[in-house]
Design a binder for this molecule. Structure first.
Ligand code: FES
Length: 141
C-alpha cells in the first residue's frame, strides 16, 4: 500500500520554524510538575499543555527549573511551544510572565500573520501553568 505523507506548506514558514517543528525541544510531560497550563483554540481545535517545575535558586528566587509541553496542533503551534520552553527555562517567574507573543515571533524569525494566534496559545499556556502553580501554593497555606 502506498504511504501517504502529510503535506506541509514549508514556504509559509521560516527555516527556523521548520527546523524546530521537525526537532522540537522539551516535548513531553513532567510527572511531578507543580504547575500545569492547558489552553485550546476553539476555532482551529489546537490544544496545548505546558508543565513547569519550579525551584528556588541561590538568591532564593523562584525559577522555572524544568518545562515541557505537549501540543496537538499546527506547525506554528508546535514551534511556538518549543520556543517558549527554551525562553523560560532557568528564568524567574517574574521574567517568564514578561514574555510576549512578539518575543516568540522574533525568536522564530517571523510567522505568517494568519499564524500569530498560535504564538498567543503558547503565551497563554505558560501563564496558565504559572497561575496553576501560584494557586496550588495558596491552597497549601
Ligand atoms: Fe491554531 Fe495554529 S492553527 S494554533
Amino acid at each position: 500500500m502506498k504511504k501517504i505523507k502529510p503535506k506541509i506548506c514549508s514556504a509559509l514558514y521560516t527555516p527556523k520554524v521548520m527546523e524546530i517543528f521537525k526537532n522540537p525541544h522539551n516535548y513531553g510531560r513532567i510527572k511531578n510538575a507543580n504547575g500545569i497550563g492547558k489552553v485550546g483554540n476553539p476555532v482551529c481545535g489546537d490544544v496545548m499543555w505546558l508543565y513547569i517545575k519550579v525551584a528556588k535558586n541561590k538568591k532564593n528566587q523562584e525559577i522555572i527549573k524544568d518545562v515541557k509541553f505537549e501540543t496537538f496542533g499546527c506547525v506554528a503551534a508546535i514551534a511556538t511551544s518549543s520556543i517558549i520552553t527554551d525562553l523560560v527555562k532557568g528564568k524567574t517567574i517574574l521574567q517568564a510572565l514578561k514574555i510576549e507573543k512578539s518575543d516568540i515571533i522574533k525568536k522564530l524569525g517571523g510567522l505568517p500573520s494568519l499564524k500569530y494566534h498560535c504564538s498567543v496559545l503558547a503565551v497563554d499556556a505558560l501563564r496558565d501553568a504559572i497561575k496553576n502553580y501560584e494557586d496550588s501554593k495558596k491552597s497549601k497555606k
